[in-house]
Design a protein around this ligand. Structure first.
Ligand code: PGA
Length: 245
């Protein structure tokens, strides 16, 4: 299966930046891997228009509700209606700054899957949690709580992203061995939880993925791709992560 490279643009870019990105990216991308882009909600229709059909577009968050009196929220139904393919849920910045928890994310995951979106569910430990030796048990809790009772999950629509919080935007990457250890643990949990497809569920690594460390990370047995912040903002860097010049 092809590796999956997801660009998380976070709260960045202008209309001009989006246009410049796709002008370069569309020319260079040869589909060696799958490429998905999660823009800010306000740029979604623009990204839809600028990208080619070989790239998929999605968002970085959505509501647990599909419609109604929820001022300022993003409807997963509206995202799907606009041809959105996926949503990132449970990014550590959402957990840290917006009070999201694995339990509250359970409802968001359920609604997004029901509306026909693929979900990239993010898990990961902070540095104190790692130093206290709690990484694997914490990730087990995040997975159990977020994925509890998700009967609509399939090998295609559920993707897990392991992102150690201490590696996000810091320039510190987990070593390939550190990442593989956690990915193997996640793989085992998924196999237990979903015997029919757990071995096919894609598990992405995120946290300072860059052109110069991507090859080693992707060579690990249970790393199926990357969730990339900083290095997804420049088309040339993102192309390099996708295996293109
Ligand atoms: P980074 O961000 O690549 O800039 O570390 C990754 C992420 O937050 O998904």
């Amino acid at each position: 299966m092809k590796k999956l490279m997801v660009g998380n643009w976070k709260m960045n870019k202008t209309v001009k930046d989006c246009a410049e990105f796709f002008e370069i990216f569309n020319k260079g991308f040869t589909e060696k891997c799958e490429a998905w882009i999660a823009s800010q909600a306000i740029h979604f229709p623009l990204v839809e228009e600028l990208k080619t059909t070989s790239t998929k577009a999605g968002l970085q968050n959505c509501s647990e509700h599909v419609e109604g009196a929820y001022t300022g929220e993003i409807s997963p139904r509206a995202l799907r209606d606009m041809n959105g393919h996926f949503v990132i849920l449970g990014h550590s910045e959402r957990r840290q700054y917006f009070g999201e928890t694995s339990r509250s994310l359970n409802a968001k995951i359920r609604t997004a899957l029901k509306e026909g979106l693929a979900v990239i569910y993010c898990v990961g430990e902070t540095l104190p949690e790692r130093e206290a030796g709690h990484t694997l048990s914490l990730i087990e809790d995040q997975l159990h709580q977020g994925l509890n009772d998700q009967s609509l999950a399939t090998a295609e629509n559920l993707i897990i992203a392991y992102e150690p919080v201490w590696a996000i935007g810091t320039g510190k990457t987990a070593s390939p061995a550190q990442a593989q250890e956690v990915h193997a643990h996640i793989r085992q949990m998924l196999k237990n939880k979903y015997p029919s497809f757990g071995d096919k569920t894609r598990i992405l690594y995120g946290g300072s993925v860059k052109p110069d460390n991507v090859t080693e990370l992707l060579a690990q047995k249970d790393i199926d791709g990357g969730l990339v912040g900083g290095a997804s903002l420049k088309a040339k860097d993102f192309l390099a992560l996708c295996g293109d010049k």
